[in-house]
Design a protein around this ligand. Structure first.
Ligand code: LGS
Length: 464
């Protein structure tokens, strides 16, 4: 029998994370840097797309964003005050190579050099992401991710950045969320470059994965020991009480496109049938590509927000984010939601981590993004009370902990995001930060969730 006292002890102990667990926060270049026309930066597809009428809520652009390009010192001080062990940021390709190939812009590289030095001085480990969606416009004009050449250009650029920073930064992520970049950018057209062709979405997805493989190989040859890829992954669930065959087929299709297209390619060197069928018709996947894509990686980055729910619904129109999904519905479920309207389902994170551990044993995992938007409003005293975000983060950390307790090799957790920022097609209206940004004067106000997260980091775990 367990006594009350020992139960308390057990619960306290059970909320601790492993020694050395990495706690951090993440951002991306276009979402926070601003300074879009400074120091020789070239235009990216997001500069172009944001100017397309109706593409971004409120006509917002990343021209100024959080002005992090000028305020990076203050932002690092903020990270240090929270006790962050790691900071995941992305490098803007058009800052480093304004045309996406050819001459390197030294002032662009200098910025990341200063940033990395500043992080190290503050005792924060830099996690460098090489591509978070800001493709140089010149490359898009030459076909963008639908053409193979872009993958080779990316590997060159990756080598340039690595050569400059590798003496101080050792944790490298090639690509962030190839599914979003390809299927929302080239298929559904709701992200840059705003194209709407299913074939192009598949081409883009493959070339993004080829870019990952080529860059991983290039970095490995240069001595990199911590190479990663970040995928947006989600359990695909059917909310029906008794799913039928057609429901299960819907689950399999969406799981193939969203998860296995990228997981199987990177970790097994294969594509699921739904992708192979398309590849046979389009002919864009060449012999040997999958071997390049399946370079050994040292960890897998997981961005988790919520499960994807599907069911068979004869007559449902195709969802352009999931080509071939005619007859599949994406129902909403009866769960609380964030300001994005996304369901809050922390169990999905445990399920996802257990699946990855089971299907791809031996690959260390890092949650490279998890977080939520809520309609935060500063009080008269400048305090931003965001209990819903604390609830979201706490629920997901408990879910991560449950996976750890079941033996999953999870090495770290990075909250999305450090700062409120440019939330792509949603503009500045959706606030994901643990730090509030007042865009009128660029003041940073740590929300209650930031103080709460600092406590989690300090005790390496949750309160029982
Ligand atoms: O700000 C982005 C966050 C917010 O929510 C970040 O830049 C991305 O890396 C990441 O995609 N983020 C995010 N993702 C939630 C899932 C979006 C997928 C929509 C699926 C439609 C079917």
């Amino acid at each position: 029998m367990t006594t009350v006292g020992s139960t308390t002890t057990a619960r306290t102990a059970s909320q601790a994370f492993p020694a050395g667990f990495v706690w951090g926060a993440a951002t991306a270049a276009y979402q926070i840097e601003g300074a879009a026309h400074e120091d020789g930066r070239g235009p990216s597809i997001w500069d172009t797309f944001a100017r397309r009428p109706g593409a971004v809520a409120g006509g917002d652009t990343g021209d100024v964003a959080c002005d992090h390009y000028h305020r990076w010192r203050e932002d690092i001080a903020l990270m240090a005050s929270l006790g962050l062990g790691a900071y995941r940021f992305s490098v803007s390709w058009p800052r480093v190579q304004p045309d996406g190939s050819g001459p390197v812009n030294p002032r662009g590289l200098d910025f990341y050099d200063r940033l990395v030095d500043g992080l190290l001085e503050a005792g924060i480990t830099p996690y460098v992401t090489l591509y978070h969606w800001d493709l140089p416009q010149a490359l898009e004009d030459a076909g963008g991710w639908t053409v193979r050449d872009t993958a080779y250009r990316f590997a060159e650029y990756a080598g340039v950045v690595h050569d400059r920073l590798a003496d101080r930064a050792d944790t490298w992520t090639t690509i962030n969320e190839p599914w979003v970049a390809s299927f929302l950018g080239y298929g559904a057209g709701v992200h840059a470059p705003g194209r709407t062709s299913a074939d192009d979405a598949f081409r883009a997805a493959h070339h993004l994965m080829l870019a990952h493989g080529l860059a991983a190989r290039r970095l490995r040859e240069a001595g990199a020991e911590r190479i990663s890829l970040t995928l947006n992954l989600a359990p695909v669930l059917c909310p029906a009480d008794a799913p039928g065959e057609a429901d299960l087929a819907a689950v399999e299709l969406v799981d193939s496109l969203l998860n296995r297209q990228f997981l199987d390619a990177a970790l097994r060197g294969s594509y699921p049938d739904a992708v192979l069928e398309r590849a046979r018709r389009l002919g864009h996947v060449r012999d040997g590509d999958l071997a390049v894509i399946a370079q050994p990686i040292d960890s897998l980055g997981i961005n988790y927000y919520n499960p994807t729910y599907v069911r068979a619904a004869p007559g449902a129109p195709e969802n352009p984010a999931f080509p071939g999904s005619a007859g599949v519905a994406f129902p909403s479920v009866d769960l609380p939601t964030t300001a994005m309207g996304w369901p809050i389902a922390p169990d999905g994170l445990t399920e996802l981590l257990l699946r990855l551990h089971r299907d791809h044993p031996g690959v260390p995992l890092v949650v490279t993004e998890n977080g939520a938007a809520f309609d935060d409003v500063p009080g008269p005293d400048g305090r931003v009370a965001d209990p819903a975000r604390i609830g979201y983060l706490e629920g997901h950390l408990r879910a991560a902990h449950a996976a750890l307790a079941a033996g999953v090799d999870l090495r770290g957790y990075l909250v999305w995001s450090l700062l409120d920022n440019f939330e792509w097609a949603e503009g500045y209206g959706k606030r994901f930060g643990i730090v509030y940004v007042d865009y009128a004067d660029q003041r940073r106000l740590p929300k209650d969730s930031a103080r709460w997260y600092a406590g989690v980091i300090a005790r390496n775990g949750l309160e029982a």
